[in-house]
Write a protein that binds this ligand. Structure first.
Ligand SMILES: NC(=O)c1ccc[n+]([C@@H]2O[C@H](COP(=O)([O-])OP(=O)(O)OC[C@H]3O[C@@H](n4cnc5c(N)ncnc54)[C@H](OP(=O)(O)O)[C@@H]3O)[C@@H](O)[C@H]2O)c1
Length: 233
């Protein structure tokens, strides 16, 4: 985690569970402001906001949370994507942290047959936004414990994918401020390369190792084991 290089920005976090709370902590530690939203108009977030301090606020709705965002982090179960208020996200840079766990999310046919990917589903739900897949391939807890300053030897790397190059620059800068290198796999459709259970998922890797892991990725359909996992999301 870099404490010295701070980006002044407002990070709106939709979903304040394991991932959302950790993104909020990392953001506050690196000098940003956060706006939090959950499915209950902010109910239940008093403790987290008290911990985060005066640069954290709770929004009454997802649309309110997104209004002044420089970056929106969507940290939701992916079956919640379709109900997001798309108009509120027009023009926003949106990070998708989602992973598909059928046992948790229910079966989604277009993901089961790999016609699309989780982040392309979010992009389809938010056509006016620039979605970048990021922050999905590490455990939430690691976000505040595994970062290190830029240039550190063996710095952990995270993968990103997205179609909007400018949005990826913004997301890269955010992740770097959290203490991680970034490996860009290309367009959003390539985001499957670091989805659940593949080599680039979950394991701590530096940038070289992450590139190697991404190169080893194979589609679920080409693997011997079924595309269903009961492991931690
Ligand atoms: N856990 C991890 O280590 C990890 C790591 C990387 C990526 N991910 C992925 O990141 C996503 C979030 O995971 P998580 O573990 O943080 O989940 P979580 O702890 O269950 O939190 C989900 C959050 O989403 C909120 N929510 C659900 N539906 C909503 C809606 N329609 N509108 C607004 N808020 C809504 C919930 O609000 P309420 O509390 O009000 O219901 C809760 O705050 C998942 O796709 C997961 O696969 C998880």
């Amino acid at each position: 985690m870099q404490e010295t290089e701070k980006i002044m920005a407002t990070i709106s976090i939709i979903g304040a569970g394991n991932v959302g709370a950790q993104v909020a902590r990392a953001s506050i530690r690196t000098g940003k402001s956060v706006v939090l939203a959950n499915s209950r108009h902010g109910e239940g977030l008093d403790g987290l906001v008290a911990e985060l301090g005066e640069r954290a606020i709770v929004a009454a709705s997802v649309a309110d949370a997104v209004k002044d965002a420089d970056i929106v982090v969507v940290a939701l179960p992916i079956n919640a994507y379709a109900a997001l208020p798309a108009d509120a996200f027009v023009g926003k840079v949106v990070i998708d942290t989602g992973n598909y766990y059928p046992a948790w999310n229910g079966n989604i046919p277009e993901l089961d047959d790999e016609r699309t990917t989780t982040s392309e589903l979010l992009q389809a739900a938010l056509p006016g936004a620039s979605v970048v897949k990021a922050l999905n391939n590490l455990s939430a807890a690691d976000l505040t414990t595994d970062g290190s300053p830029a240039g550190s030897s063996d710095r952990r790397a995270l993968a990103i994918a997205g179609d909007d190059l400018d949005a990826k620059v913004v997301v890269r800068e955010l992740i770097d401020s959290f203490g991680f290198d970034v490996v860009d796999v290309g367009p959003l459709a390539e985001g499957w390369r670091f989805q659940r259970d593949l080599p680039a998922y979950g394991v701590r890797r530096n940038a070289t190792q992450m590139r190697e892991a991404l190169a080893k990725a194979t589609r679920y359909r080409d693997q011997a084991k079924p595309a269903v996992s009961s492991e931690s999301r």
